[in-house]
Design a protein around this ligand. Structure first.
Ligand code: RFL
Ligand code: PHB
Length: 389
């Protein structure tokens, strides 16, 4: 077997890359270790930057997103029981689109299936070989049978726990990490959202976030301890705690109901450098993780794929290796800015268990400065709507 690009992972990174390459006449195969239903059952991101929206449209998977995506002009940040609006449209002329990662994945899988490009689900024991040569190989097993394919390039789009990053020799990869002393407990519920826009809440009991997937489906998060288990959180306990963290006006509007999904995610910042080894390129969560506070994870995956798809198309159309040679450096320059923003949002909005009286005073000063300075609001807004690429 032979193809031009082997893509490992059928999350948003792998699917977007696959479609952009297919549209340019480049052959790919996607190898995914889980089943299609499992991939579609994961509830993750909800907010898309304009750049990600444009890329999904370029891939030919934008029809439903255009109809069902909710365009948001701003967010609210609550502190000391008062809400303050950050008006993205007025400050930057840009907006974000609320459309779930599950839907993006669904739409990309549909267009891939419609064009007949191959995806192998439940591909186990994926291993990558000879990436320093011009003919890398990828092996896997499916239903107990071994397979091997030769290719020109391998795209490691297999998320934080994937195999691609692990194939870099330890002395060829530098990693940078911050683990935060809390997680997010998320609940999905079929009730209309409490507000038309997202509300980020800094409360002494811990951070909370009111988000949504549609006008009838809401997504709420609570900061929780790392040693807590989802089973300890009945729906009733979740709603009681959320109500304690919301101001009275918002609390009065909250519509509660049985959760249709509940999970805990730890918060982490992580970057691996470089994002290339020979003919293996990392993209998305395989190379970096941000805490979800800035809504940047999926959007960073999209910008990596914009750079990588252009680089690969440049190679096949004009034999140019310039894009491939600069990919890691170009992608990392944008990644570190999103890492900084996500870290900043996280430290400004959460309650840190070890924080001193000094730290809390600084956090209060930071937020009061934000609410009173158009310059500070513009800095938040231009990062939230997404830096250019
Ligand atoms: P994914 O989505 O993890 O996909 C990787 C795929 O690779 C497969 N895989 C393998 N396949 C073959 N062989 C192996 N050895 C493999 N190992 C793994 C996996 O099964 C999977 O299908 O990575 P990708 O494509 O890079 O996409 C990244 C995004 O999923 C991620 O950054 C976002 O979900 C992060 N995120 C958010 N991002 C935003 O932009 N906005 C948000 O509002 C936002 N909210 C969130 C989030 C992530 C969250 N969690 C649970 C981590 C909220 C949460 C709670
Ligand atoms: C979500 O809706 O899942 C969501 C929204 C904004 C974030 C993180 C997650 O910052």
């Amino acid at each position: 077997m032979r193809t031009q690009v082997v893509i490992i992972g059928s999350g948003p990174s792998g699917l977007l890359l696959g479609q952009l390459l297919h549209n340019a006449g480049i052959d790919t195969i996607i190898l995914e270790q889980k089943s299609k239903d499992y991939v579609l059952g994961r509830i993750r991101a909800g907010v898309l930057e304009q750049g990600a929206v444009a890329l999904i449209e370029e891939a030919g998977a934008g029809v439903r997103m255009r109809h069902e995506g909710l365009v948001h002009d701003g967010i609210e940040i609550e502190f000391g029981g008062e809400r303050h609006r950050i008006d993205f449209k007025a400050l930057t002329g840009k907006t974000v689109t609320v459309y779930g990662q599950t839907e993006v994945t669904h739409d990309l899988m549909d267009v891939r299936e419609a064009c007949g490009a191959p995806t192998v689900y439940e591909a186990l024991d994926v291993s990558i070989h000879d990436v320093e040569s011009n003919h890398p190989k990828v092996r896997w097993t499916k239903s107990g049978q071994p397979y091997e394919i030769e290719c020109d390039f391998v795209a490691g789009c297999d998320g934080f726990h994937g195999v691609s990053r692990q194939t870099f020799p330890a002395d060829k990869l530098h990693t940078f990490e911050r683990v935060y002393p809390f997680g997010w407990l998320g609940v999905l519920v079929d009730k209309p959202p409490v507000s038309d826009e997202l509300i980020y809440v800094n409360h002494e009991r811990g951070f909370a976030l009111c988000s949504m997937r549609s006008t009838t489906r809401s997504r709420y998060y609570l900061q929780c301890r790392l040693d807590e288990h989802v089973e300890e959180w009945s729906d009733d306990r979740f709603w009681e705690e959320l109500l304690l963290r919301l101001d009275s006006q918002v609390a009065a509007r909250l519509q509660t109901g049985p959760s249709i999904e509940k999970s805990i995610a730890p918060l982490r910042s992580f970057v691996a450098e470089p994002m290339r080894r020979g003919r293996l390129f990392l993209a998305g969560d395989a190379a970096h993780i941000v805490p979800p506070t800035g809504a940047k994870g999926l959007n960073l995956a999209a910008s990596d794929i914009a750079y990588l798809s252009r680089a690969l198309i440049g190679f096949y159309k004009s034999s140019s290796t310039a894009g491939l040679d600069s990919y890691s450096q170009t992608a990392l320059a944008r990644i570190w800015k999103a890492e900084r923003f996500s870290w900043w949002m996280t430290q400004a909005l959460h309650t840190f268990p070890e924080s001193s009286g000094f730290d809390r005073k600084i956090q209060k000063a930071e937020l009061e400065y934000l609410f009173n300075s158009r310059a500070a609001q513009t800095a938040l807004a231009e990062n939230y709507v997404g830096l250019p690429y």
